[in-house]
Design a protein around this ligand. Structure first.
Ligand SMILES: O=C(O)CCC(=O)C(=O)O
Ligand SMILES: [Fe+2]
Length: 290
C-alpha cells in the first residue's frame, strides 16, 4: 500500500477518511514556501545550538529543536492550520478536548541512520490503547523536500490497526516522499520512523503533534512558552497549549478556576464549565443501576 496524497483543497472529511483507512496521508503543498522561509530564519540560531541525539531513537546525526511556539511566530500558523485542525477535530472527536503535544524541528543530517520504527503513542509508557482508539493525530511538515534518499519519514500504511509492540524492519516500510510545504498526517498508532539520509544535504521536518486532553503533554508547554508570550497568543492557541479544561475539570486552578482566566489575570471566580458533570456523564453513557 502506498501513501495516499491529497490536494491542499481537500476537506477535513476527505483527510479523516484516508486516516481512518490508512493511518496516514500526505497533503501536498499545504504551506506556502515563504512561511517555511520565515520559519527557517526564525529557527536557525536555535538549530545551530542544538546537540545531536544521544541515543538511537533521537539519532546520532539528528538535531531536534523544540519550543517552536515561543521561538517561531510562523510555526503558530502551522499549528493552527485550518485543514489540520479540522482533521484533528474529527480524528479525536471522541474526546471533549485535545491539546498540543509537542513541536519539534527535526533535522536529519547527511549520514543519519534510519530511526527505529515505532508508534508515537508509545510515549505514553508503552500503554496499549484499544485498537482503533486514537489518542494522537500528528503532522510532519516538509521544510525541505522529503525524498527516499534524504530520509523521508518511513511509514507502514494500514499499520494503525495492527497489533501493538510489533517490530518492523525498514524493508516493511515505504518513504512518505513529498515536496517542501507538504504535510504528512498520521495517527499515533501508525508505525513509522525517520529514514536514513544518504545525500549530502539536510532533511528538515517540522513535527507538530496533538493528543487527547487527558494525557500528559510530551513537551511541557507551560514552561517552554513563557507566560508573557502565552498571553499574547490567539485564544485557540492558548487553549491548545493547555490553558483550558480537559474533560470536566482537568487542569483547573485552585477554586476550580479556568487556567486561561488565571493566565490572563481575569477574576471570574469559579469556572463555568462548558457542560455540567451530569451532561458529560450522560454523553459518556453513564447510566443508573436499577
Ligand atoms: O523525522 C522523522 O521523519 C520522523 C521522526 C519521528 O517519527 C519521531 O521522532 O517520533
Ligand atoms: Fe514518531
Amino acid at each position: 500500500m502506498t501513501v495516499r496524497h491529497l490536494p491542499a483543497t481537500a476537506s477535513p472529511d476527505d483527510v479523516a477518511a484516508v486516516l481512518a483507512a490508512d493511518g496516514c496521508a500526505v497533503i501536498d503543498r499545504l504551506a506556502a514556501p515563504d512561511l517555511l522561509d520565515r520559519l527557517d530564519g526564525e529557527m536557525d540560531q536555535y538549530v545551530a545550538r542544538t546537540a545531536y541525539g544521544t541515543d538511537d531513537f533521537a539519532g546520532p546525526r539528528t538535531r531536534r529543536t523544540g519550543g517552536l511556539i515561543a521561538r517561531s511566530a510562523s510555526s503558530r500558523e502551522l499549528v493552527l492550520d485550518p485543514l489540520v485542525l479540522g482533521t484533528v477535530d474529527q480524528v479525536l472527536s471522541h474526546v471533549n478536548n485535545y491539546q498540543l503535544h509537542l513541536t519539534q524541528l527535526i533535522r536529519i543530517e547527511p549520514g543519519g541512520p534510519a530511526q527505529v520504527i515505532h508508534r508515537d503513542q508509545w510515549a505514553f509508557d508503552f500503554f496499549t490503547f484499544p485498537s482503533g482508539y486514537q489518542v494522537q493525530c500528528n503532522t510532519i511538515w516538509a521544510a525541505t523536500d522529503f525524498t527516499e534518499a534524504n530520509g523521508a519519514t518511513r511509514v507502514v500504511p494500514g499499520s494503525h490497526l495492527a497489533e501493538d509492540k510489533l517490530r518492523f524492519e525498514l524493508a516493511d516500510t515505504e518513504p512518505a516522499e513529498m515536496e517542501r510545504g507538504s504535510a504528512l498526517l498520521y495517527v499515533g498508532s501508525l508505525y513509522h520512523g525517520g529514514g536514513p539520509n544518504s545525500t549530502d544535504t539536510d532533511r528538515v521536518g517540522v513535527n507538530i503533534t496533538y493528543s487527547v486532553g487527558w494525557l500528559r503533554q510530551e513537551e511541557n508547554q507551560f514552561l517552554t512558552v513563557p507566560p508573557d508570550v502565552a498571553r499574547s497568543l490567539p485564544e485557540r492557541l492558548q487553549r491548545l497549549l493547555g490553558y483550558s479544561l480537559g474533560a470536566y475539570a482537568l487542569g483547573y486552578v485552585d477554586d476550580l478556576r479556568d487556567p486561561l482566566d488565571v493566565l490572563m489575570g481575569r477574576d471570574t471566580g469559579n469556572a463555568s464549565f462548558a457542560a455540567s458533570a451530569e451532561e458529560l456523564a450522560a454523553n459518556a453513557g453513564v447510566s443508573t443501576i436499577g
